[in-house]
Design a protein around this ligand. Structure first.
Ligand SMILES: [Zn+2]
Length: 420
């Protein structure tokens, strides 16, 4: 079933290409390791030049990292060396660790298994539903996903070193606690401690939109950007933000709630209980609110909101003026939301992602033109907009990032301990 190959390719490297403040403050060995990983392959001398260290230091660090099984030498036949001896480059040993990334949602759960450089080795999905569940039920579903991955990749559970999970909700990352999640019956659920009892390996949890943003920062179009924003249109409207090559998380694990910024005083009622939120004009329930006016529903009345939306979209495509009007208004509100993001953060790029990107009316040329009109642009370079085709495997891939990152820190620190 695996068709997800976006976007990392063997040898292309992964992780931010630009160093964040934290990365610059990391130990020399970790900086060296991260530089090689980001470039896919790098000659020792090139790393030494980039990190401004002597050839002697580079040789010492390289031999430590090779002895610890984290880096390996590969010969490269470049054009310059084509007729002579192949040059030797360094790369991260992909099999040094295996990591699982999981996206949990009310529609279907997705999971990928990656190697130590983020290459996707297996990918699986499991049907889900809107019902709130107990911690044990959720753990059983996570267990099923891991079992399916292990089978597909023909490895053992013991080969997996860490797991990352993105949930739709509020997360205390540090303690691995899900403060609130639409999938769980209870608040303040100790998911990571309960997981560690069952699996004896670390679990990293984050808000799902943050995981998607990390996927763009590590594997996607954000790799070479200092700053960029991700806007997701799903059941609700979310946002992720990278500032100075680092994911901005805010203070309370909530994620950036673009969907609940106000775009109309005393406007439409939002599911959060307030009025005039962007989401009240752009979310599923906003689009289906008027579906009865646009369509003669009949039996379709009892369909799920998702099915009703698909029906509405088909109608709009086949020329139904009322259905088109519904999508056009949602698109105009999206333009308002995007222009506000540009005004506040001035990113060079906004990536629009999420399940609803298949409704192309939402970002038709006139929507993007309207966004530009609403943005003060006298001295501003226009912000690029990238539309990411919907694929929730990308979210699962991003969920693997905190696990890969924490494992790298730990394994390189272990290497330091054994060589000092
Ligand atoms: Zn709201």
């Amino acid at each position: 079933m695996m068709n997800y190959m976006y976007p990392s390719a063997i040898g292309a490297g992964c992780g931010p290409l630009l160093q964040s403040g934290a990365a610059k403050a990391a130990s020399l060995r970790l900086q060296f390791f991260q530089h090689v990983r980001a470039n896919g392959r790098a000659a020792r001398a090139d790393v030494a030049r980039a990190l401004k260290i002597s050839a002697g230091s580079a040789t010492a660090v390289t031999s430590d990292l090779i002895a610890s099984g984290l880096l390996q030498e590969v010969s490269e036949q470049t054009r310059e060396t084509g007729r002579g001896r192949p040059s030797v480059a360094l790369e991260v040993v992909p099999t040094a660790a295996y990591v699982v990334g999981i996206k949990l949602s009310s529609r279907r759960h997705c999971a990928v298994l990656t190697d130590f450089v983020g290459n996707v080795l297996a990918g699986v999905t499991l049907p889900s539903n809107n019902r709130r569940r107990s911690l044990q039920e959720l753990l059983d579903q996570i267990t099923s996903l891991i079992d399916m991955l292990v089978q597909q990749a023909e490895i053992s559970v013991d080969d997996i070193d860490a797991v990352g999970i993105g949930v739709p909700g509020i997360v205390d990352m540090e303690n691995g606690v899900v403060r609130w999640c639409s999938l769980l019956q209870d608040d303040d659920v100790d998911l990571a401690p309960a997981f560690a009892v069952r699996f004896d390996m670390p679990l990293f949890i984050d808000n799902d939109t943050n995981m998607l943003t990390l996927a763009e920062l590590w594997f996607g179009e954000g790799r070479d950007k200092t700053d960029f924003a991700v806007v997701t249109i799903e059941n609700g409207v979310g946002m992720g933000l990278v500032v100075n090559n680092t994911l901005y998380r805010g203070s309370h694990g909530v994620g950036l709630e673009l969907g609940h910024t106000k775009v109309q005083m005393d406007g439409a009622l939002c599911r959060c209980g307030q009025r005039g939120c962007l989401e009240a004009y752009l979310g599923d329930y906003a689009l289906t609110r008027e579906v009865g006016v646009a369509l003669d529903l009949g039996e379709a009345r009892h369909r799920t909101p998702e099915d009703l939306l698909d029906l509405l979209f088909e109608e709009a495509k086949s020329g139904n003026a009322a259905a088109k009007t519904i999508f056009r208004r949602a698109g105009r509100y999206l333009a308002v939301g995007l222009s506000n993001v540009v005004q506040l953060f001035d990113p060079p790029l906004i990536i629009i992602s999420g399940e609803r990107t298949r409704y192309d009316y939402l970002f038709a040329d006139e929507v993007l033109a309207e966004m530009k009109t609403m943005t003060l642009s006298d001295v501003r370079q226009p912000c690029a907009i990238a539309i990411r085709p919907w694929d929730d495997m990308v979210w699962a891939h991003g969920a693997a990032v905190p696990a890969i990152s924490a494992l790298s820190d730990k394994l390189v620190a272990d290497c330091e301990m054994s060589n000092t």
